[in-house]
Ligand binder design. Structure first.
Ligand code: HEC
Length: 405
């Protein structure tokens, strides 16, 4: 029988792969259309209702694209919709949230040193933050504030900072970043699902019925589309941030997350301006670099722990195992020179990936990771630098598989 942990690791790989593929498809088409939109030119003699056009060359042929605002006078015979890229990204993202953060809630979602809670409460809270994030955003957009693009963006940013701060007081730093990304990405997907596509459908229905569509639907969709455009890069950072403990597991993690939003917006602004042929705002790169330096500096502040560190209940079975004393000796001898709060291995300055294996609780919390990284596979220690033996690897496997039963 295949061990469950192995099945689970591959499931997580498959879901992650799907998520990356769909995400690339979504962001790719979104970037393309934003650039296309901004690059449209007007010329005399365009068809009635056409707003602008563009010639492009790619892959051995020339493309001639025209944009109709609000819609062409008649419904075209073939119409390609772009929506499944977005929906599939959200669905696969949610599946990954379940696989990584809900199934592994003890390790990745809930930090008893931040806020002790049971696993079901943690999962409900996680879903609630994502749902509430969308409702608050949507209400703000529909409020009178929505009339001013800039005013709305400033307020939304304030709300985001508040959410970032709040999340770091609910979950682990890693989950806080991931949830900030998930809330933002849900807003983007819901913009497509609840606003952009429904508005598009109203316009299409009007066309079919021979009515003249109201331009307000296009305008509302455009504002949401603008938000999606600016939110893309910060979301990518937040989704990948779990590889960088200096970002998510240090004292000012929520400030770092907030600054990342500004960097992402600056970079998008650069490309938007260039695509609009409205100049070359080099200052955005300067500003992004300065913010990045500030982030690096902020990340040097270590996380302060008040009181004794607490291990989760789920970890206790691994400490109770009869193999544990031998496992502890192995891990302390082969791993903890790197995986400690203050590593002694030359060139390693922080516990890699935030994985600390220098205490009983730390070893027990990471039982599954140890099993996969050093027991079943030879990923750790890197290049077997500390010369762990096959017998010791077998011990790690027996320990994890035995305690799981
Ligand atoms: C020479 C230093 C060093 C030693 C010794 C070492 N590791 Fe690592 N470990 C690393 C580095 C560096 C990374 C980050 C790798 C990366 O970025 O993909 C890492 C990552 C990990 C991760 C996280 C993997 C992930 O992708 O989430 C685990 C778990 C881990 N190590 C366990 C162990 C175990 C168990 C041992 C002992 C058997 C061990 N390590 C020994 C340096 C070390």
């Amino acid at each position: 029988m295949m061990d469950f942990a192995i099945f689970w690791d591959w499931l997580s790989f498959a879901v992650r792969w799907l998520h990356v593929v769909t995400g690339i498809a979504w962001i790719g088409s979104s970037f393309y259309f934003v650039a296309l939109d901004l690059g449209l030119r007007q010329r005399p003699g365009m068809p009635v209702g056409a707003f602008g056009e563009e010639w492009q060359v790619h892959g051995g042929g020339f493309y001639h694209i025209q944009k109709y605002l609000v819609a062409p006078s008649e419904m075209p015979e073939h119409l390609t919709w772009f929506k499944w890229e977005s929906y599939a990204t959200w669905l696969s993202g949610f599946a990954m949230l379940c696989v990584v953060y809900y199934a592994g809630a003890d390790l990745f979602l809930i930090d008893p040193n931040v806020l002790p809670m049971s696993v079901p409460v943690g999962i409900l809270l996680s879903m609630a933050t994502i749902g509430v994030g969308w409702v608050v955003y949507d209400l703000l957009c529909r409020s009178p504030l929505g009339k001013s693009d800039t005013g709305l963006m400033l307020v939304l940013y304030g709300v985001l900072v508040l959410i970032a701060w709040g999340l770091t007081h609910l979950f682990t730093g890693r989950a806080a970043f991931l949830h900030l990304g998930a809330i933002t990405a849900t807003i983007m997907s819901a913009n497509v699902f609840m606003v952009i596509i429904p508005n598009q459908k109203i316009v299409v229905a009007d066309l079919i019925a021979g009515r003249k569509p109201d331009p307000k639907y296009g305008k509302i969709a455009k504002q949401r589309s603008l938000h999606n455009n600016y939110l893309t890069l910060p979301v990518l950072f937040l989704m990948l941030s779990n590889h960088y403990p200096l970002a998510f597991a240090t004292e000012f993690n929520w400030v770092i997350a907030s600054l990342v939003f500004i960097i992402g917006v600056l970079i998008r602004h650069y490309f938007n301006t260039v695509h609009k042929r409205a100049g070359n705002p080099h200052w955005t790169w300067m500003a992004a670099a300065v913010l990045f330096m500030i982030i690096i500096w902020l990340s040097t502040a270590p996380k302060v722990l008040t009181g004794e560190p607490k291990a989760s209940a789920a970890a206790e079975v691994y400490i109770a195992s009869s193999h544990f004393p031998a496992v502890r000796d192995t891990v302390l001898g082969r791993c903890s020179m790197c995986h400690a709060a203050e590593p002694v291995y030359e060139g390693i300055y922080h516990a890699p990936k935030g994985v600390m294996l220098d205490t009983d609780a730390g070893i027990a919390e990471h039982a599954r990771d140890i099993y996969l990284q050093a027991g079943r596979s030879h990923a750790m220690p890197p290049a077997n630098i500390t010369q762990i033996s096959d017998k010791e690897r077998a011990l790690l496997v027996a320990w994890f598989e035995g305690a799981g039963k």
